[in-house]
Design a binder for this molecule. Sequence first.
Ligand SMILES: O=P(O)(O)OC[C@H]1O[C@H](O[C@H]2O[C@H](CO)[C@@H](O)[C@H](O)[C@H]2O)[C@H](O)[C@@H](O)[C@@H]1O
Length: 379
Amino acid sequence: MAKPSVGVSEVGMSAAPAQAACPCPGTLFPYPPPRGAAGIAAAVRRKCLQVELGSGAGLLGGACWGVESMRASSPTHAKAAAALAAGVDDERAAWMVRHPSALGKFEQIVAASEGKRIVMFLDYDGTLSPIVDDPDAAFMSETMRMAVRSVAKHFPTAIVSGRCRNKVFGFVKLAELYYAGSHGMDIKGPAKASSRHAKAKAKGVLFQPASEFLPMIEEVHERLVETTRCIPGAKVENNKFCVSVHFRCVDEKMWGELSEAVKGVLREYPKLRLTQGRMVFEVRPTIKWDKGKALEFLLESLGFADCTNVLPVYIGDDRTDEDAFKVLRRRGQGVGILVSKHPKETTASYSLQEPAEVMEFLLRLVEWKRLSRARLRLQ
Ligand SMILES: O=P(O)(O)OC[C@H]1O[C@H](O[C@H]2O[C@H](CO)[C@@H](O)[C@H](O)[C@H]2O)[C@H](O)[C@@H](O)[C@@H]1O
């Protein structure tokens, strides 16, 4: 086992950089879309709210994951904080100007795909399934499954999740999709080709950049189970190349103790880092790999490396999805859609409020594709 280090490594949770127009030449679709006047006017107030909601560097970029950052990942606290903030409705309206509804801007989005191949990337928890207390009961509805299946018939589609790949497959149950589990550290191509992608280039792909960490993750999982056993409600989930420590069902009075327990274990593993998701601590290897890298890997595997004729669409709700939104912004290509009811600092261009809206968006995309195909046949 490794020697105790100075502290827990906390890479990768800084605030999203300020938005700027993409400088990439030849970009047909500006990413992110230009800010409206109302958005600019709200920028200062937004900064205040952002700190209260816990998405700014003030809370999350500090020296340790403590109770304050845990509070920030609680919707209850986020709502309360937002309610306290002056002019919260204005704030939301201004945020919506900067991150308009992907349903409201549907025509703009599909117009951007003219002459391009859409590749769909979908996060799981909070995007395809509603957030629930028990991580093992985060089921996706049959109607959502049908929507994803229909999307995959028209566009290469990948599920990108923090969960163990097998577990997320167990929820989604669609063999024609690509799966990137463990925050992108476990990638696998479709087990079965969907009708239109019978010759999919990346069908047999399998990529596991963190396999050397498997024994360490096993060990730290056991240590975390042991250390948090005395904290009612705490749940440790083995996600194969990473571990989640859930505190959604832990009494707030115990959050400090839980955070100290997790950090105490992690001090002995300097090759692991600690990040935070929605009421969950995420323990992962320090390798430079995340959902953004997974998105790029999959695009490359599909034969779209350095291509301008591709439009990746990424939909996600969590902080870990920001890595993918940032990649789209850096490439000056694609559509990032954040799923959130509340204003959040994000690099995504568009927003959807909840999984039900995600489903509506997916179904509209399928319908639009069907109509465009029918129109082409008539020509
Ligand atoms: O990348 P994702 O697919 O969004 O996975 C991120 C984490 O999602 C799960 O936890 C979250 O959803 C649970 C069920 O709704 C909820 O109880 C929990 O509070 C959320 O954080 C999953 O259990 C984690 O392992 C994933 O890392």
